[in-house]
Design a protein around this ligand. Structure first.
Ligand SMILES: [Zn+2]
Length: 158
């Protein structure tokens, strides 16, 4: 079977006829898995409460590079920073991101780290409800850690 390897997170998935026309540095198959995961999170109020924000931010930050704009990468890294470092409630993150996003004209150049991280959206998709929230949290922390060279830059966006 043909495999499609994601340039963002290195996940290998069976090739498909799917299309992806967004700007994330991903494959149609990896993106499809992401939307599946989001569907599950939207369908479960409790899981979604604790995982939707970090899932979007971790996925975006792990899929930087290629045509993914610095502004998007920065805003999603900011989301990880707020939850992981500043302990902000995930439900309060999106308004802060929007506020910062609309208040700046220029964005720092964020070169994608060589390290792609260990956990991916596939680990989230495969995790049981019992450790689902923890898996998302661990993944988000790993993605944040792989951007260590830019932590100061992100903190300064606030
Ligand atoms: Zn991927």
């Amino acid at each position: 079977m043909d495999e499609s390897i994601c340039p963002g997170c290195a996940t290998s998935l069976p090739s498909s006829q799917l299309l992806y026309e967004g700007y994330f540095n991903t494959t149609p198959e990896c993106w499809s898995l992401f939307t599946e995961v989001q569907g599950k999170q939207y369908g479960n109020v409790l899981l979604g409460r604790y995982t939707l924000q970090s899932t979007v931010d971790a996925y975006a930050a792990q899929h930087a590079g290629a045509s993914h704009p610095d502004k998007s990468v920065a805003i999603h890294l900011l989301g990880l920073y707020l939850v992981i470092v500043q302990d902000v409630d995930p439900l309060e993150v999106a308004p802060k991101q929007q506020h910062i996003a609309s208040g700046r004209a220029t964005w720092p150049e964020l070169t994608r780290p060589a390290n792609q991280g260990v956990l991916t959206i596939l680990d989230v998709a495969m995790s049981d409800d019992d450790d689902y929230i923890e898996t998302v949290d661990t993944w988000a922390r790993e993605v944040w850690a792989m951007w260590a060279d830019h932590h100061q830059t992100i903190a300064e966006l606030l």
